[in-house]
Design a protein around this ligand. Structure first.
Ligand SMILES: [Fe+2]
Ligand SMILES: [Fe+2]
Length: 265
């Protein structure tokens, strides 16, 4: 599989960076867009790379957060694979910061309604050798909370049940933010597809606000998991990346941004 990062928190000029994530996946005759970033940056970077979306088979939305779905409105209607509840309300209440909506923007919801939506409610093979997890159960006891709420008042905890990840038959796991936690996600993949050994994880791991205990729990799990390579993007957090680098000398850790090159997985 060839993976090109179209938008991410870091970029090499002339490419533009933003807090968001979008990746183009190419495998055989298939071309898939995984998330759309927060706005139009992914499309601008894509055209700088002399690529376009004319051969797109469809769009996979990892979850409804606006930094992953906010560019949907500029794409032509096509097939979209998403987990149930993708348009539900999301808010973040970071301590000491104003409440922020993270819900998919209205213009993107309108475009989604014009698309051929394929709701993924359980582990599904969407194309040969390409699986989507659908909602990821919290089965490992992993500490994966966050300052996320379903209401503006901060009364109802948001479990991000509209989140999914992509798994290939060759053992690659692709994430958006991984709000469900990387341990839960890998355990779910192992439970549903024990014949697949995941060796590479790419995406955001959302460890920005993780406690030292959680970072240690994550490192301890990854150390014995069979993972050989991590591409840590977007919302993983610099402290978490440093921590994992120190704790996991046996795992190759890369932090690519947008630079126009493709990652061969
Ligand atoms: Fe994100
Ligand atoms: Fe997110």
């Amino acid at each position: 599989m060839k993976l090109t990062i179209l938008t991410e928190n870091n970029a090499v000029p002339p490419f533009e960076a933003e807090h968001g994530l979008s990746m183009l996946l190419e495998q055989g005759e298939y071309q898939l867009l995984f998330d759309t970033g927060a706005g139009e940056v992914f499309a601008g970077n894509c055209s700088l790379m002399k690529k376009d979306f004319s051969d797109l088979n469809g769009i996979i939305l990892s979850h409804g957060h606006m930094d992953h779905t906010g560019g949907l409105h500029i794409l032509s209607p096509c097939t979209v694979w998403h987990a149930p509840g993708i348009t539900q309300h999301h808010f973040s209440h970071h301590p000491g910061k104003p409440v922020r909506t993270l819900t998919m923007p209205e213009r993107c919801i309108q475009r989604l309604q014009q698309c051929r939506c394929r709701e993924i409610s359980s582990f599904t093979e969407i194309l040969p050798g390409i699986f989507l997890t659908g909602p990821i159960p919290r089965i490992s006891g992993e500490d994966c909370g966050g300052p996320f709420f379903s209401d503006n008042e901060g009364m109802v905890k948001d479990d991000l049940s509209d989140e999914q990840a992509l798994l290939t038959k060759d053992g690659i796991l692709i994430q958006g933010c991984c709000h469900a936690g990387v341990i839960n996600t890998l355990e779910y993949c192992r439970k549903e597809h024990p014949e697949i050994t995941v060796h590479t994880v790419i995406g955001g791991l959302h460890l920005l606000l993780a406690s030292e205990d959680r970072l240690k729990q994550t490192a301890d799990y990854l150390r014995g998991s069979g993972i050989r390579t991590l591409y840590l993007l977007h919302c993983t957090g610099e402290h978490a990346i440093d921590f994992l680098r120190k704790q996991l000398p046996g795992i190759k850790i890369f932090t690519p941004g947008v630079d126009g090159s493709a990652i061969l997985l």
